[in-house]
Design a protein around this ligand. Structure first.
Ligand code: SF4
Ligand code: MG
Length: 333
């Protein structure tokens, strides 16, 4: 499978008066062409910072990419000029955010906002841009596109606005779409429609998608693969099957236990405790303080990634052969 994006050892910090926050601490992952990777975790785990880093949208100061590579189609985005990056953002990679209202300009018609990028980046004539805008409005399911093009954002419902934002994001045919909590601000029924829309546009355009979310329901619906983030690190990655049916990291298991599922019988079990302070993150496993299986080594040394299968990796000492033997002995004794 062709890798469209490869992130290696990414570190991002934010310097404040109170000290330096280590928001992203050595993150590795890749995205295959045409797939949807969900980056999941609680708020503050570094998932939005990771996606903003890919877009080079980390405000410097106070933020900084302090180490790592972000290879998009083989080109390291951390090394190119801001001018080159503007083209990447306009043409190759698009991003959409939680609140569709802030992404749209209230003073411009939808038509103007849809055609802007095409004229600027693709140098299309007015007519050609308009034709393409109408096609996109149809693709994202906006009825009466000819009339709707002349209207302003406030004349659309929240769900319709998010459809327009998606149309704008895709109009220049990017190869990668990053969606940061794209359905969080919407009603549940509208959420489902927008998720279906993501599936449809991926089918039609072949766009690769990174979906940032705290919502496992969203993940279950559209992700192919999942990366679970905790305290600035990716602690488990796998296919949707691996993560939902065979989770290995105690944090992933906790996350799955804390959400309502159709097949769930008992009560929801929230994970006790809070994530560590990223001003001074622990040297060892960041989940130690909350983990029911924590061992002495956990607090001292970060566990290396263990490969469970071709698609599944986990950072947890329980997967280490030595810990496994110890546990096996404890069970037999
Ligand atoms: Fe728990 Fe240790 Fe695994 Fe961390 S490394 S999740 S503390 S068992
Ligand atoms: Mg966020």
């Amino acid at each position: 499978m062709e890798k469209i994006l490869e992130v290696k050892n990414l570190h991002v910090t934010f310097t404040t008066y109170g000290g330096t926050v280590q928001a992203v601490r050595g993150v590795d992952f890749h995205l295959n062409k045409g797939e949807t990777l969900a980056i999941v975790g609680e708020s503050g785990c570094g998932k939005s910072v990771t996606s903003n880093a890919i877009m080079r949208l980390i405000p410097n100061p106070p933020g900084k990419i302090t180490a790592g590579e972000i290879k998009f189609k083989g080109k390291d985005l951390t090394k190119i000029s801001e001018k080159q990056m503007r083209t990447v953002r306009g043409v190759d990679i698009s991003m959409i955010f939680q609140d569709p209202m802030t992404a749209l300009n209230p003073t411009l018609t939808i038509g103007t906002q849809l055609t802007e990028g095409l004229k600027q980046h693709r140098k299309l004539s007015d007519n050609k841009a308009k034709k393409r805008a109408l096609e996109m409005m149809e693709l994202v399911g906006i009825p009466n596109p000819v009339e709707r093009m002349k209207q302003y954002p406030h004349q659309f419902s929240g769900g319709m606005r998010q459809r327009i934002v998606i149309a704008i994001a895709l109009i220049c045919e990017p190869e990668l779409l990053i969606a940061d909590e794209p359905t969080t601000a919407l009603d549940v029924t509208i959420q489902a429609q927008i998720l279906e829309l993501f599936e449809k546009i991926q089918e039609v355009t072949g766009v690769s998608i990174i979906l940032i979310t705290h919502d496992l329901g969203v993940v279950a619906k559209i992700a192919d693969r999942i990366a679970v983030m905790y305290a600035g690190k990716i602690i488990e990655t796998g296919t949707k099957r691996d993560i939902f049916y065979n989770p290995e990291h105690p944090y992933t298991k906790g996350l799955l236990n804390s959400v309502p599922r159709l097949d769930m019988k008992g009560k929801l079990k929230p994970i006790d405790g809070t994530p560590p302070d990223l001003f001074s993150p622990p040297k060892g496993c960041p989940f130690t303080a909350r983990c029911p299986f924590a061992m002495e080594v956990c607090n001292k040394v970060y566990p290396e990634s263990t490969t469970i299968s071709d698609s599944h990796t986990v950072d947890c000492w329980l997967q280490d052969e030595r810990a496994k033997k110890l546990l096996a002995n404890m069970v037999t004794n």
